[in-house]
Design a protein around this ligand. Structure first.
Ligand code: FAD
Length: 399
C-alpha cells in the first residue's frame, strides 16, 4: 500500500510543499493529495490590489498540478482526527455532503484569516482583504462608492499600510484614512518611518494615531475615547487569526491557535502531523516565533518537506533556514519600503525605499507565484523511493 501524504491548504506553503514532495518522491510508493477550499491558487499578497479593482489573475490549481501526480480535492476541511489519522471535509467539488480522507503523513497549511478581536460590528459591517471572497466583496462595495466616499483602514501593520496606500493611489477620488493604535510605522527605522510619512502625505491619507477602534457601525467607526470617524467603508486590517480546526482537533497549539512544531516542523504532540505557513508556531533562528508572512511560509514548508522526505526515505533529517530578514512593504505600485531587521527582530538603520524597492517587491511577488505555478521545475531525474519500515524506524530513532 502506498504511503498517503495529505496536504491541507494550497496557499504559499501548501501548494509549494505539494509540488516539492511530488518532485522528489516516487509515485510508486507515495500518494500525495492536496485539499483546498477554492479551485485557484490565491496569491494573498495581491488581495488588496484585487479589492481596489486591479486586474489580478489567479491560476487554476488543477492546471498547476497537472502532470505532477498530485491529486487535488476541492473541499473545505472541517476537522482533523490525529488519533484515527483522518481529515473531515465537506462540499467536495462544489457539492454538498461530507467526506473523510485517511493519511499516513499530514501537512497542515490552512493559513489564516481575519482577526476581528471580538470588536462589535466588525463581523457585520467591516470588510477585509485577508481572503479572496472578502476582497471581492470589498471590491464590489468600492465600485459603488462615489467621489468623496470615505474609507477607513483599521490597523497600522503591514497589511493596513499596504491597503491604505494602494487604495489612495488607485482611487484618488476617495478620502482614505488609517487608524493606528500606536504611532504609524513605529517599528521602522527613523529614516524608513519618515519615508512612510511622506508617502502617506503624498497620497493624502489621514492618519489617526493612538486610536483604538472599539466598534464599527455602517457609516462610522468609534474609538476608545469616544471619537467617531466617518467611514462609508471600514476595512479591518488588525491582524490575522488561524482557523480553530487545529485547536479543536487535539493537536498541541500555542495561545495563538497555531500548531506547536519542533525544529523540523513536526507537531510536538502528533509525529505524523507537520505544519507550515501562518498556522505553524515555529521558532526561527533568532529564537522568536516566525511572523506570519510569505517568507515564513517558504522557510517552514521547505523545512517540513525536507523532514518528511528524509524520514520517509530513511536519510538524515536536514535543518534548513528559518530566517526573518525583514519586511517588504508596498506603498502603491510605484513606491515601497524594504526594512531589514537584526537578530533581535529590531529594524536596522538601513532601508531601501522608492521605485527600486517597489521593483524589488514586484520581483518578490512574481518569484513567489512563479515557484508555485511551476511545480515540476528542477525535477530530479530519479525520484526517491521510500525506505522499508525498519529503515524508517531506524532513521526516526536517529532523528
Ligand atoms: C493583502 C495581504 C497582503 C500581504 N502582503 C504580504 C507581503 O507583502 N509579504 C509577506 O510576506 N506576507 C504578506 N501577506 C501575508 C501572506 O499572504 C501570508 O502570510 C501567507 O499567505 C501565508 O501562507 P499560507 O500558505 O500559510 O496561507 P495561505 O496563503 O492563506 O493559504 C492557505 C490555503 O488554505 C486554504 N484553506 C483555508 N481554510 C481551508 C479549509 N477549511 N479547507 C480547505 N482549504 C482551506 C485557502 O483557500 C488557501 O488556499 C499578505 C497578506 C494579505 C492578506
Amino acid at each position: 500500500m502506498k504511503h498517503r501524504i495529505v496536504v491541507l491548504g494550497a496557499g504559499y506553503a501548501g501548494a509549494f510543499a505539494a509540488g516539492s514532495l511530488a518532485r522528489r518522491l516516487s509515485p510508486a510508493d507515495t500518494e500525495i493529495t492536496v485539499v483546498n477550499a477554492v479551485p485557484d491558487f490565491v496569491e494573498r499578497m495581491r488581495l488588496h490590489q484585487l479589492a481596489i479593482g486591479q486586474d489580478v489573475a489567479f491560476r487554476k490549481l488543477a492546471d498547476i498540478f497537472a502532470g505532477t501526480g498530485v491529486r487535488l480535492r476541492l473541499a473545505r476541511v472541517t476537522g482533523v482526527d490525529p488519533e484515527r489519522r483522518t481529515v473531515a471535509v465537506t462540499g467536495e467539488n462544489g457539492e454538498n455532503g461530507d467526506g473523510e480522507l485517511a493519511y499516513d503523513t499530514l501537512l497542515y497549511a490552512l493559513g489564516s484569516s481575519v482577526a476581528d478581536h471580538g470588536v462589535p460590528g466588525v463581523a457585520e459591517y467591516a470588510f477585509d482583504v485577508t481572503g479572496r471572497s472578502s476582497a471581492l466583496r470589498l471590491r464590489e462595495r468600492l465600485v459603488g462608492l462615489g467621489e468623496g466616499g470615505t474609507v477607513l483602514v483599521v490597523g497600522e501593520g503591514l497589511t493596513g499600510i499596504e491597503t491604505a496606500t494602494e487604495f489612495a493611489e488607485s482611487r484618488p477620488d476617495l478620502s482614505v484614512a488609517l487608524a493606528a493604535r500606536g504611532q504609524l510605522g513605529a517599528w521602522l527605522s527613523p529614516k524608513a518611518r519618515r519615508h512612510l510619512r511622506h508617502a502617506f502625505d503624498r497620497l493624502g491619507i489621514t492618519v489617526h494615531e493612538h486610536t483604538s477602534i472599539e466598534a464599527v457601525e455602517p457609516t462610522r467607526a468609534i474609538a476608545a475615547d469616544g471619537t467617531t470617524i466617518p467611514a462609508h467603508v471600514t476595512v479591518w486590517s488588525a491582524g490575522f487569526a488561524v482557523h480553530p480546526i487545529a485547536a479543536a482537533s487535539g493537536l498541541e497549539v500555542a495561545e495563538t491557535g497555531q500548531i506547536v512544531v519542533d525544529r523540523t516542523m513536526r507537531s510536538v504532540s502528533h509525529p505524523d502531523v507537520y505544519a507550515a505557513g501562518d498556522c505553524a508556531y515555529a521558532i526561527g533562528e533568532n529564537g522568536r516565533p516566525l511572523p506570519m508572512s510569505c517568507a515564513s511560509a517558504g522557510y517552514t514548508n521547505m523545512q517540513a518537506t525536507a523532514a518528511i522526505i528524509a524520514r520517509l526515505t530513511g536519510s538524515e533529517v536536514p535543518t534548513t533556514g528559518l530566517k526573518y530578514h525583514g519586511n517588504h512593504i508596498s506603498l502603491g505600485r510605484r513606491d515601497a519600503i524594504f526594512q531589514m531587521v537584526d537578530r533581535d527582530a529590531q529594524s536596522k538603520s538601513w532601508y531601501l525605499g522608492g521605485r527600486s524597492a517597489a521593483r524589488l517587491k514586484s520581483g518578490v511577488l512574481k518569484g513567489a507565484g512563479w515557484s508555485i505555478v511551476h511545480p515540476t521545475f528542477g525535477m530530479p531525474k530519479r525520484k526517491r523511493r521510500l525506505a522499508t519500515a525498519p529503515d524508517r524506524a531506524g532513521a526516526r530513532a536517529a532523528a
